[in-house]
Design a protein around this ligand. Structure first.
Ligand SMILES: NC(=O)c1ccc[n+]([C@@H]2O[C@H](COP(=O)([O-])OP(=O)(O)OC[C@H]3O[C@@H](n4cnc5c(N)ncnc54)[C@H](OP(=O)(O)O)[C@@H]3O)[C@@H](O)[C@H]2O)c1
Length: 323
């Protein structure tokens, strides 16, 4: 099969489109003919050898999410059949014509969704879902601040917060991204390149602050976001796109009576009930209650260009590769 392989860590140039052996199918797995593979900011870190959370041995096929058609099922698999349209979360191997996934990480794609839309669900929607719905327990009537609303995670977060019934304040680095965030349900938006976002949030909330923050920018943005929490507020940190180092004064948490949590999707997916949550979110997308915003679709061979789009912060939502 064709795949995008990295033999050494480095810049986009280390992504090589070439022939590799087909993946082998284990008894508890499903072999998927990939029609669409999602690109995530974490893929750029993996490619650069900077993904600290899990060791990634080389050579490696990058990619954590695929949508496609089941080509074969292992002997122990009961819930999937050849020909099924499915979306899967996988530990690696997404940028390829074929990928294997354990059966517990595979769900059917509703007819209303394209492969490209389905491939855009797993990583960003499940991260935002677990962060807002599970970790922060965001409730109807509360106010949520979604940082970097144009990111894949932010695009999903704005919609999930709105779906829960929260008032949504969104930030991003361009007015165009903010206009799109408003279309997805953000009531108020702030361009953090041209405006001091903390001052703006304080004004918008009449000095009260927000109940929940979905934070992925890191550094100073994370610290200032903690300062914006109302009493009893919860901030969930899911990333550090800015790569800025950060140190947090724990006294801030005590004084403001707020909670700070981190979330790593890889761990959440191992917890019991994770597949049911995945199915729930895919169904919400299928019913149009959550919308997968696909920024653009590129041929698999152009994975390096896809990485450049994310590095340049040029996407709103998901960039997808098509084998
Ligand atoms: N914890 C987990 O399990 C998990 C899972 C998925 C993703 N994540 C993390 O969540 C974040 C978003 O992921 P994604 O794939 O949705 O990202 P993405 O689509 O590449 O979007 C990232 C956005 O962050 C904003 N940003 C703000 N400051 C930045 C800076 N200094 N440098 C670069 N970008 C900056 C940019 O938007 P503007 O131009 O609008 O500023 C950029 O487009 C990443 O940090 C990722 O590692 C974590």
């Amino acid at each position: 099969m064709k795949a995008v392989v990295i033999d050494q860590f480095g810049g986009p140039e280390v992504l090589r489109y070439r022939d590799v052996p087909d993946p082998s199918l284990s008894p508890a797995s499903v072999l998927v003919e990939v029609r669409a593979a999602g690109v995530n900011r974490g893929d750029l870190q993996v490619r650069a050898g900077e993904f600290a959370v899990e060791e990634q041995p080389l050579p490696l096929i990058v990619g954590w999410e695929v949508a496609g058609v089941v080509k074969a099922v292992g002997d122990l698999v009961q819930d999937a059949r050849q020909g099924d349209r499915v979306v899967a979360i996988i530990p690696s191997g997404g940028y390829a014509e074929l990928a294997t996934a354990i059966a517990q990480a595979v769900v059917p794609i509703p007819q209303s969704l394209s492969f490209e839309e389905a491939a855009g669900i797993p990583i960003v929607f499940m991260t935002a879902w677990f962060a807002l719905v599970k970790k922060a327990a965001l409730r109807s009537g509360e106010t949520a601040l979604v940082q970097a609303a144009g990111s894949g995670v932010g695009m999903a977060g704005v919609q999930i917060a709105k779906h829960v019934g929260a008032r949504v304040i969104a930030t991003a680095g361009s007015d165009e991204k903010l206009a799109r965030a408003r279309e997805l349900g953000a009531g108020e938006t702030i361009n953090y390149r041209t405006t001091d976002f903390a001052e703006a949030v304080t004004t918008i909330t009449g000095g009260r602050g927000v109940d929940v923050v979905l934070e992925s920018v890191g550094g100073r943005t994370l610290v200032r976001s903690i300062e914006l929490l109302a009493s009893g507020g919860r901030l969930v940190s899911v990333g550090n796109s800015s790569r800025e180092p950060v140190s947090i004064d724990a006294a801030l948490l005590v004084e403001r009576d707020v909670s700070l949590a981190g979330l790593y999707l890889g761990n959440e997916l191992l917890r019991s009930g994770a597949i049911e949550e995945f199915q729930k979110v895919v169904d919400l997308c299928g019913r149009g209650e959550l919308k997968v915003i696909v920024d653009r679709v590129l041929p698999l061979a152009e994975a390096a260009a896809a990485h450049a789009i994310l590095a340049d912060r040029a996407n709103f939502g998901k960039v997808i590769l098509r084998p």
